[in-house]
Ligand binder design. Structure first.
Ligand code: ADP
Length: 160
């Protein structure tokens, strides 16, 4: 069975990678769907975000990465996918994710959303936190792999 993992991935973090690594144990194929234009302003362009996801997942043939625009349920249907995957971190994610899952099901009744929980010590990591702490000079090696840290070094000035 195929699953689609949609998100902004600005940039991908160890939390996202943990979810992908868990997903390949449950599903035959994981499509990481990177939203082109997010309601959030992004630091990285969609091409950069895709490139960073590719670097983070390496050569795993079970995982592919694609950009999308518009409704994720429509993109999933185009790709023949009937299951969406999201990561659940804190209780604070729950309300938004619950709303999204029910909205997506209302739009397409055959679309199911499944949730996976990350390793506990990744459960508070967000792309926003990674960018903020990096720009304040923190060591973010627990939060993101070296390729991502290098990409941040090129993009973000460190305020000290
Ligand atoms: P979005 O803008 O769609 O929320 P994100 O890239 O922030 O995109 O997140 C994509 C998905 O990954 C969401 O389901 C989010 O809850 C999940 N996620 C983000 N960070 C983590 C993490 N540290 N652990 C588990 N899931 C995460």
């Amino acid at each position: 069975m195929k699953v689609m993992y949609p998100g902004t991935f600005d940039p991908i973090t160890n939390g996202h990678i943990d979810i992908i690594n868990r997903a390949v144990k449950v599903f035959d194929e994981v499509i990481v769907a990177v939203v082109r234009t997010s309601s959030k302003e992004t630091l990285f362009s969609v091409d950069e975000r895709i490139e960073l996801v590719k670097k983070a997942i390496g050569n795993d043939v079970r995982v592919s990465v694609e950009p999308f625009d518009g409704l994720v349920v429509e993109f999933a249907q185009e790709k023949g996918v009937r299951t969406l995957l999201r990561g659940l971190r804190m209780i604070s994610d729950f309300e938004y994710e619950f709303q999204m899952a029910l909205t997506n099901r209302k739009i397409n009744n055959s679309m199911e959303t499944m949730f996976l929980m990350p390793r506990e010590d990744y459960s508070y990591i967000s792309s926003r936190l990674v960018k903020e702490t990096f720009s304040l000079g923190a060591d973010i090696s627990h939060f993101a792999p070296p390729d991502i840290i290098n990409a941040l070094k090129k993009k973000l000035p460190i305020k000290k």
